[in-house]
Design a protein around this ligand. Structure first.
Ligand code: ZN
Length: 292
């Protein structure tokens, strides 16, 4: 945990920062830190889209977290939320936000703090983010992407091709990531991509939900190994009851991927953080606190 004084100092430093002064960059940490950011909560989700009966799930809410991984060699932002900071105004109290997806599906979200404000409280500005990756291209993971177009984007070719195709897939929001078209891009072609070269932050292919869906393994000195699930599962009941969402790119591939990732978790002795699991997410410490 960060001492309160350090939090205040970094928040004050962040307030004085503008995007045009990259000289005032956040100090790199000595060891890896994982910040959990609250990028909203999806309300009234229909369990049946996840092959579950409403009575089989503990809640119909889904958390929408973003994660900042601060490594001595750089800073990776993993997923960027469901609603861009520009699209709503914080009031200090939870804000209900309605949106309509391109497939004419309405969604309700509860938002509390903008992503940028949470980064600032943790001592970072968007200019500090050196690397950007999404678990996958769906709208609820890409909303603030354009704000991080200066970072190096880590993506699979099949995923990028779909995002910028003439007819992007359902559940994408192309305007949210349009600026990434010209970003410095690293196309990941292997199963695993070691982001900073020391095995501490590894992006791993977990295809099925989308063709280039991926998860993130983070090795933390005190917490141990953590795997950020992306949408490998949404409800934890998908994992315990062996159910697969109805809207997968490839359901059979998802089933095979889940078997492989469960083996990976065992091999690495890592815990799985299911990103959309609202109950588990509520128990996680949020930025400016962090895991190390
Ligand atoms: Zn999602």
């Amino acid at each position: 945990m960060k001492p309160i004084g350090a939090v205040l100092l970094s928040a004050i430093a962040a307030l004085g920062q503008t995007t045009s002064s990259p000289a005032r960059r956040a100090e790199p940490p000595k060891s890896v830190r994982l910040f959990v950011l609250d990028c909203g909560t999806l309300e009234n989700m229909d369990a049946r889209r996840f092959e579950l009966k409403p009575e089989e799930v503990a809640t119909n809410r889904m958390s929408v977290p973003c994660f900042l991984v601060a490594h001595p060699k750089g800073i990776l932002l993993w997923d960027t939320g469901a609603v861009s900071d520009a699209a709503w105004k914080p009031t200090g109290a939870p804000v209900t936000h309605h949106l309509l997806l391109s497939a004419s599906q309405p969604r309700d979200l509860t938002l509390i703090k903008p992503l940028n404000g949470q980064l600032a409280e943790a001592g970072y500005s968007p200019a500090d983010v050196t690397h950007l990756a999404f678990s996958h291209y769906h709208w609820d993971h890409t909303a603030n992407a354009n704000a991080f177009a200066r970072a190096t984007w880590l993506v699979r070719q099949v995923e990028r091709d779909a995002m910028f195709s003439r007819k992007p897939p359902d559940l994408t929001q192309p305007s949210a990531y349009e600026a990434l078209r010209n970003s410095k891009t690293v196309v990941i072609s292997r199963d695993e991509h070691d982001v900073f070269g020391d095995g501490a932050v590894v992006i791993k292919l977990a295809a099925g939900h989308t063709p280039g869906h991926q998860i993130l393994y983070v090795k933390l000195a005190r917490t141990g190994g953590v795997v950020l699930s992306g949408d490998l599962y949404h409800y934890p009941e998908e994992r315990t009851l062996n159910r697969v969402p109805t809207f997968e790119f490839n359901q059979a591939q998802t089933r095979a991927t889940r078997v492989a990732i469960e083996a990976f978790l065992k091999r690495m002795g890592a815990q799985l953080w299911i990103q959309h699991d609202a109950i588990a997410n509520a128990r996680l410490r949020k930025a400016p606190e962090y895991y190390e």
